[in-house]
Design a protein around this ligand. Structure first.
Ligand code: 5GP
Ligand code: ZN
Length: 111
């Protein structure tokens, strides 16, 4: 079972921000900004590439509800999903990162 499936099953504890029967939003264990939340589907999909479009659509609605609830919409936030090796994906269970609570900053140019 993957690490995020263990979070969903309760085998690994998490700090839940919001959930419904299909999705879970919880705090990242290693926050990169003041707010760093991960949003995952409760069903295992390895990445954005292998997730059915209707799940992505439902997830969009869930994330919009979450950011509204956390008052992130006025000042904005960053939404990221890393895909595969070049994308820097470490956990092979689809997740969106929500980064905010302060200016996130630009991606640094490749040197
Ligand atoms: P990725 O690099 O795959 O896009 O991001 C994986 C994220 O999962 C990282 O930001 C990492 O800090 C987070 N993470 C890894 N293991 C755990 C865990 O056990 N609990 C929580 N809350 N976050 C985790
Ligand atoms: Zn999983």
């Amino acid at each position: 079972m993957c690490i995020f499936c263990k979070i969903i099953s309760g085998d690994i504890p998490n700090k839940t921000i919001m959930e419904n029967e299909t999705f879970l939003a919880f705090e990242d264990i290693n926050p990169l900004r003041k707010i760093h939340i991960l949003v995952i589907p409760k069903e295992h999909f390895s990445s954005f590439n292998t997730t059915p479009a209707n799940i992505i659509g439902q997830m969009t609605g869930f994330i919009q509800e979450l950011t509204k609830k956390l008052n992130l919409n006025e000042n904005g936030y960053r939404l990221i999903t890393n895909i595969g090796e070049n994308g820097g994906q470490e956990v092979e269970h689809l997740h969106f990162h929500i980064l905010g609570g302060e200016k996130v900053g630009r991606l640094v140019d490749k040197r």
